[in-house]
Design a protein around this ligand. Sequence first.
Ligand SMILES: Cc1cc2nc3c(=O)[nH]c(=O)nc-3n(C[C@H](O)[C@H](O)[C@H](O)COP(=O)(O)OP(=O)(O)OC[C@H]3O[C@@H](n4cnc5c(N)ncnc54)[C@H](O)[C@@H]3O)c2cc1C
Length: 587
Amino acid sequence: TKITNDSSVASSRTFDYVVAGAGLSGIVVGTKLSAQGYSVLLIEAGKDLQNNSAIYNAELRGNLDDDPATDCNWHYVGSYDNGTALPITIDNGKCVGGSSSINGMVWYRPTAAELDAIESLGNPGWNSTTLFPYMKAIEHNHPPSATQRADGANLVPAYHGFDGAVNVSFPVPMRIPAAQVIYKAAIALVWGIPNSPDLSARTGSISASTSWTIWWDPVAQITRRASAAYSLLYPKSKQQATLTVLTEHKVAKVIFDKKLKATGLQFGLTTGGTLYTVNAKYEVILAAGSLATPPILERSGVGNKSILKSFGIKTLVDLPGVGLNLQDQPGTGLSALVDTANASNTALIDNRNIFGPVISLLDIDQLFGDEEAALSAKLHEDIKARAKAAVASGAEVNLAGATQLYTTVTNLITQKKQPIAEHLSESYPAVMTSAFWPLTPLSRGHIHINSSDPFADPRITPRFLTDEFDVKVAVQVAKASRSLYSTAPFAPIIAEVVVDAVAANATDAEWAAWYESTAYGASHWLGSSAMRPRASGGVVSPELEVYGTSGLRVVDASVIPFQLTCHSMPAVYAISQKAADLVLAAR
Ligand SMILES: Cc1cc2nc3c(=O)[nH]c(=O)nc-3n(C[C@H](O)[C@H](O)[C@H](O)COP(=O)(O)OP(=O)(O)OC[C@H]3O[C@@H](n4cnc5c(N)ncnc54)[C@H](O)[C@@H]3O)c2cc1C
């Protein structure tokens, strides 16, 4: 495999397939196609940082932003509807491996019900039966040892793969075992969710110790990150003469012939300057992620014609769904001070940077108790109004499409009892910390170009917590998280319950204001090039082909139409493997 930042490997050349982005999905698709003997070029805006310890050493993740040489984060600016900048920047991977090079590495699967709901939106062949096998195929699970099991780890083998490329395991040693016991007891008490063996083995809500895309390297004595790059691209055994990765070059746009067949990509150094072209003999593939694929489409003349016109771009395909239906989960956290006697107890507080050692997923019954029936009824009643509001805010294309989407998600919440909130149990020096977020938010945002300059960042409008149900879930999970620390299991170690949230007698409005002012994106961006029928506002077909074009597919997280109740990697690994199979089948 050639990995270089030299433009001449690509400029004016022809490859069988050219791919925008060498992140998680780009690497999966690129390596699967080149393994069949096809010549493949991946163009990646970021650097090759394989020897940077903040990337390969999972426990040095905290150094990612401290060292400017690391430079694997776009740190996008997001904005409110009125254009004012959000107080937080948006994390997104910007080096070979993409977000899998900087992410939290949490690994657990979505449920069958939600995968089947993707099919029900008009996407034949996209369901749990077709997608679970891909999740197994990519995973190399290392079952926990007796010591790890004694400290909280567990596994239901049927939900895992053992021969794949991506290492998945529990850390050595396990994190904060004594705190895990306390959290699990308190969670069972407050939310009625018993501890389960395995986050992947579930139909709905669950609480269990977390596994990550990591592996223990006994030679270097470190915990290594299993990113897409370390798993599929860098190993000696994976080298392929047919694969070229051009780093530090940004894709500007797709080039089409007169019949709207994609024939190549235009690209240039990420820092700006001259633009070059590369030709694709068979197909062009977009794998730049949920926050970069829609801008590439818009710069190419594929998108909402009035938006394109405002930037002087000629419309080739009027496809108003491009950049709409953008979603992430708005998260925040609160802490409780540990008493001085326990402040340096490493079984409670280890200061290690592998995030969220116990994860709990709560459904509408667990979160709202007696209020559930009225809330579920209101969710159904409000579908039309919610769809109307999403269209009016520029986040959905039309009423019929938005109604279909909200009906699907509402049924998952109220009938299939899929989790609606996630809680991560943590500790940091001197405190026990809860992080949490609404898991299946109903707020919808959008992303569009901000300039016709290919090197400019897009305008990202997440519209977090603009839906009242999301605010209700956010406030309820925050309040419930705080109540954990007042329960008997925590009593022996907690000095003072709340150190950094609202007053004990705060109203819901005060909780909501606090939540909104502290919320950040959980970094599971998706939906902005959704796989949905074109008439519903979709961007790609069930073959992942961009409507109105040929020879052009999107294979990244942006095709997933609604939030899944997991962290997104397993789904993106599955989708991109299936995408490669669709591409190969077309040959
Ligand atoms: C901070 C963070 C924490 C996360 N934690 C978890 C977690 O714990 N568990 C989990 O399952 N998921 C997690 N995720 C989400 C997961 O990593 C992503 O869903 C997944 O990587 C998406 O894959 P992708 O291929 O769509 O995009 P990416 O992996 O982001 O790849 C896109 C690539 O395209 C490149 N690119 C962008 N624009 C251009 C352009 N114009 N030209 C060329 N290249 C371009 C980018 O630099 C990037 O390398 C996290 C993500 C982040 C950012």
